[in-house]
Design a protein around this ligand. Structure first.
Ligand code: C2O
Ligand code: CU
Length: 503
């Protein structure tokens, strides 16, 4: 699919296109000028059937991120289908109301397929949420944030030889200028933008560290101005980026009012000066513009923070990220604007922020069968491959410490200290919404600590360098083989993913 994203030539992308064969046509909402997949609107308890037809020239699957579904419906890479094939997904929506999403999950190509356009939102509603006076309709705004880089011909730059324009192109490489890597010195080679985006060592470094683009897209568009009315809004923000972490804050310093996380509404709203949002995480904000004057503009920033690259910064001599990711690139942790809302019209009526949002029955730490000795997963790097406890992804393999019992509650601990290669990761566990009962901070990270929203249900959690984070979860309903992995998609594709089996 071609979408006009910048003046001049249109950008070639991959895109989910769909139509409703049976049921409510409003359950699929296409976004007209966006490459993003349609917004799927589902109700808790609803039974869904989705036929996925793969028109790419490589294998793919669809993962319903955050949903609790049987393992054959979860989009595991072992169920990838080839070009022209069909996979029928059928499941009952058992999750709470919330902001979920869907994206591909084939072995080794998830980063590529998401980057070139394959992702969409999946919004679940339920009775508890319906009964609340929350902003609806035009006041319920999805905001998907992604970073991309464009070449001079308006095509997306990623690893060499990837994307819709890569194949059939005689040179075998995307149309990036300065595509020569050759045998240049390692540091010199890594520091140049052309090299970073071309083959060899540049690609290897991007795979290891994660891709960072220099252009922020919102809902699949480069325009960053959103017109709003004098009314409260529900902003459903998804970090749909491959590897970039955002530190969200309003530019004028007003606090963020958080009402939801990955797995739906919080018990009560929480006020934050800023919120950290790692790849795949969602946060829902109550943003009230009813007291703002017409014409007011308010920008959502990503504030500066340290530590995303951990010790890698020292190793690479500090200039690494700025240099290697290109002179015009946005380094990890720099300050930049994401989008701006402009108060453009008067609204009728208003809403009060409820002080009670949801009644939640939490699992308790004392219910965990392994509370005395949590299962520990250490993030490791060996032979240029990421891994958990030294093991990288294998299609169907499960290690002894990766087997859990159905109908039990467990604590898992993720430890992020892989020596010189320690950097931030976004840990995601399939089939689960978990709690974060404990974080131990390792390397400082003082400028991110107040930005975690650990009060709610989560399926993805930011683990900063040196940190140890505990997850509390219950394995219910479905036995089977599921994934846990880093949601920085280059890390995932480079092995930071494993199976676990519920039996
Ligand atoms: Cu959103 Cu296994 O991924
Ligand atoms: Cu990672």
């Amino acid at each position: 699919r071609s979408v006009s994203l910048r003046p001049g030539r249109a950008t070639s992308l991959w895109s989910y296109q769909s139509r409703v064969l049976k049921g409510d046509p409003a359950s699929v909402q296409a976004l007209p000028d966006s490459y993003l997949g349609p917004i799927l609107r589902l109700r808790r308890g609803q039974k869904v059937r989705i036929d996925f037809i793969n028109r790419l020239d490589q294998p793919s699957t669809v993962h319903w991120h955050g949903l609790h579904v049987p393992d054959t419906m979860d989009g595991h890479p072992r169920f990838a289908i080839g070009p022209g094939e069909l996979y029928r997904y059928e499941f009952e929506v058992r999750n709470r109301a919330g902001t979920y999403w869907y994206h591909p999950h084939p072995h080794g190509h998830t980063g590529e397929q998401v980057y070139f356009g394959l992702a969409g939102l999946l919004l679940v509603s339920d009775e508890e949420e319906q009964a609340l006076p929350l902003p609806r309709g035009q006041y319920d705004l999805p905001i998907v944030i992604q970073d991309r880089s464009f070449d001079d011909g308006n095509q997306l730059r990623y690893l060499s030889g990837t994307g819709p324009t890569a194949r059939g192109d005689a040179s075998g490489a995307p149309s990036a200028p300065g595509n020569t890597m050759g045998g240049r010195g390692m540091m010199g080679g890594m520091m140049s933008r052309g090299a970073m985006m071309s083959g060899g060592m540049g690609d290897m470094m991007t795979r290891m560290m994660g891709f960072l683009g220099d252009t922020i897209l919102v809902n699949g568009r480069p325009e960053s101005l959103i017109e709003v009315a004098t009314h409260p809004y529900r902003l459903r923000i998804l970090n749909g980026s491959n590897s970039r972490i955002y530190k969200l804050a309003w530019q004028d310093g007003r606090p963020l009012t958080v009402i939801g996380t990955d797995g739906g509404l919080l018990e009560r709203p929480v006020h934050k000066d800023y919120v950290m949002l790692a790849p795949a995480e969602r946060v829902e904000l109550w943003a009230d513009f009813s007291k703002d004057d017409l014409g007011t503009q308010l920008t959502m920033m990503s504030l500066a923070f340290e530590g995303a690259m951990g010790r890698m910064m020292d190793m690479m001599g500090g200039s690494f990220m700025g240099g290697a990711m290109g002179g015009s690139s946005l380094a990890a942790g720099v300050r930049f604007p994401i989008f701006t809302v402009k108060v453009a019209r008067k609204a009728n009526g208003s809403l009060e922020l409820p002080d009670r949002l949801s009644a939640i029955s939490w699992p308790r730490l004392q219910d965990a069968v392994n509370r005395a000795k949590p299962r520990t997963f250490r993030i490791t790097m060996a032979q240029m491959q990421w891994g958990f406890n030294g093991r990288s992804f294998e299609m169907t393999a499960v290690a002894p410490n990766e087997v859990v019992k159905l109908r039990t509650t467990e604590v898992w601990e993720f430890a992020n200290d892989s020596g010189m290669m320690t950097m931030a990761h976004a840990i995601h566990v399939h089939d689960q919404q978990f709690q974060v009962p404990e974080r131990r901070h390792g390397m400082g990270n003082n400028r991110v600590r107040d930005g975690y929203v650990d009060q709610g249900w989560k399926d993805t959690v930011l683990v900063m360098p040196g940190d140890r984070v505990k997850l509390l979860m219950r394995f219910a309903d479905y036995p089977g083989l599921y994934l846990y992995h880093c949601h920085m998609l280059e890390h995932e594709d480079l092995g930071l993913m494993r199976n676990y089996r519920i039996e």
